[in-house]
Design a protein around this ligand. Structure first.
Ligand code: MAN
Length: 549
């Protein structure tokens, strides 16, 4: 049990100013006037502990710097019950009236601690005992004025942010509508182009079929003309080869004969007729007979040689001898185009069957590819086929382009652009600021980067989406834009950057900190977050210049 004698003198004195004088009762220190009824003494001049109504104490014991009530409600103006679990005490703290500004509660532990807590109690009422001679004069007038000014500035910023937010939402809606319209247009165009491509493919196929039906012109066919042409060509090639061989043999023999004649001529000139050698005499006689019988040199020998040369080397232009297409085959196919569509395929089938019969009987060449390979190895495509092929590949190209545009749009339409798709309107908008030795930047829906003074850039991550996180600095949950899977840190993780967004009238990067190795915390303002989930309003961040604070 405590003794009243132990009450500090100063406390007793100061409290005396708060206690009833005669029948005039005044609200105990630190109590919110809204709780007046709870603190007014009853007829027996007693106070009832707020959360423990069975416990009553004499009203003189309220604010006597001793904790009587189990919930601490008897000490609204001292720190005597500050040790109690906060959840037990029905009072949120010491009530500072802060006249001229905004009333506030300060934790009981900060009452009479010798520090003027003007951030909460601008009236200095928390230091009513003047511990250590501390004096905390009431500054609410000037603090209130400043706060109202700041709040007015914040309101203006917020309103401007909200206005810009609304413009962004309107623009995002427009972009979405444009994308949806484009999807509808592209889908129609794609269907039409698909039909066009199919049609062009069919046209090309048909044209190729028709080209194949033409009489073979490369000599390898089996039509009678073509067969004869092939036969002639092969024979002439053989004769040329044989003639060439014979010419070579002739030249060899002529050389050998000339050599033998030279020997015999020398023999006749140099033998000794006085040696009555019968064998030698016979040989000389035979040589003379041979010379007498030998025909005189042929004057046309050189012409003959030239002829052989021409025959063996001359190139015959076989193309001149190629057969012309059989006109009636072409004409028959041309008839098709004059027929009504339902008859066309039947007639086409009949013509094909006729063509097969002609081929079997050697009257028409086998089908040959539209792109023919000449004897020199070069390829030839008919101009008509070339045009159809070009047309088709142009249409196929259009189709591919449109399909890829459609894929991009569909991916845009399914992306999470935040509430009301507001970030769509900011897509590719970039913001940067210097911090330390680097310039940091990020682009909405794009990439975050870190540039050094030499201009080298490090990839900090690509946009991966949003999440809510606590911004410890302002003790609020804010929207965070995530940039992940950046360049790998030496001996560490892939870099990532998280942009903590606060409401502001314009895009602005306020600060960047590398909170852990290769993880970067950006703090930025943007109108995109000036309305919370579902569009409710949020507080505005006062935009400060980089580095000031
Ligand atoms: C670079 C920068 C730094 C980072 C180191 C890690 O210097 O990206 O931010 O901490 O690499 O090695």
């Amino acid at each position: 049990m405590r003794s009243f004698l132990l009450l500090p003198f100063t406390l007793a004195l100061t409290e005396a100013a708060q206690k009833p004088i005669g029948n005039d009762w005044i609200l105990p220190r630190g109590v919110n006037p809204s709780l007046t009824d709870k603190y007014r003494p009853d007829t027996s001049n007693q106070f009832t502990c707020i959360s423990a109504p069975h416990q009553k104490i004499h009203s003189n014991l309220v604010n006597d710097d001793f904790c009587d009530c189990p919930d601490g409600s008897d000490e609204p103006g001292t720190s005597a019950c500050s040790h109690l679990n906060h959840s037990l005490n029905p009072l949120p703290g010491f009530y500072c009236a802060n006249k001229g500004h905004i009333p506030a509660y300060i934790p009981f532990s900060r009452i009479n601690d010798g520090i003027c807590d003007y951030d909460v109690c601008c009236d200095g009422s928390d230091e009513w005992m003047g511990i250590g001679g501390v004096k905390c004069p009431d500054n609410c007038e000037s603090i209130g004025r400043e706060a109202r000014k700041a709040s007015e500035e914040a309101r203006i910023l917020y309103e401007s942010g909200l206005k810009n937010y609304k413009s962004l939402v309107a623009r995002a809606a427009l972009l979405r509508k444009e994308a949806e319209d484009k999807v509808a247009t592209l889908t129609g165009e794609i269907s039409r182009t698909e039909i066009e491509v199919e049609k062009k493919r069919a046209e090309l196929k048909e044209a190729e079929e028709e080209e194949k039906l033409k009489v073979s012109t490369d000599g390898s066919g089996e039509g009678k003309h073509a067969g004869l042409l092939k036969f002639a060509r092969e024979r002439i090639d053989e004769y040329k080869e044989t003639l060439s061989t014979l010419q070579t043999q002739k030249e060899t023999l002529e050389f050998q004969l000339e050599s033998a004649e030279k020997i015999l001529k020398t023999f006749k000139e140099e033998y000794n007729p006085n040696f009555n050698d019968e064998g030698v005499k016979r040989a000389v006689k035979a040589w003379e007979d041979y010379l007498a019988m030998k025909p005189v040199a042929d004057e046309n020998e050189n012409d003959f040689k030239a002829d052989v040369q021409t025959l063996t080397t001359e190139e015959i232009n076989w193309d001149e001898w190629e057969p012309e297409p059989i006109p009636f085959v072409e004409d028959m196919y041309a008839i098709e185009s004059l027929l009504p569509p339902f008859l066309r395929s039947w007639v086409h089938a009949q013509l094909n069957s006729l063509r097969d019969t002609l081929v079997e009987n050697g009257l028409l060449a086998h089908r040959k590819p539209t792109t023919s390979t000449s004897t020199q190895g070069s390829t030839h495509t008919s101009p008509r086929i070339q045009k159809l092929t070009d047309d088709l590949s142009r249409s196929e190209g259009d189709l591919t382009t449109r399909k890829s545009q459609l894929d991009t749009l569909n991916s845009d339409l399914t992306k999470d652009y935040g509430t009301n798709s507001v970030f769509w309107a900011l897509k590719d908008i970039c913001t940067e600021a210097e911090s330390g030795e680097y310039t940091y930047s990020y682009c909405h829906m794009g990439r975050a980067s870190q540039k050094n003074r030499d201009g080298g850039s490090t990839h900090l991550g690509d946009w991966t989406g949003f999440e809510k996180r606590l911004d410890e600095e302002i003790e609020e949950e804010v929207l965070v834009v995530k940039f992940e899977r950046g360049a790998r840190c030496w001996n560490g993780p892939e870099r990532s950057a998280y942009v903590y967004l606060r409401c502001g009238p314009e895009e602005k990067l306020l600060s960047v900190a590398e909170t852990e190795k290769c993880v970067y915390k950006y703090v930025a303002v943007s109108p995109a977050v000036c309305a919370g989930e579902g569009g409710e309003e949020v507080k505005t961040e006062k935009v400060e210049e980089w580095g000031s604070s």
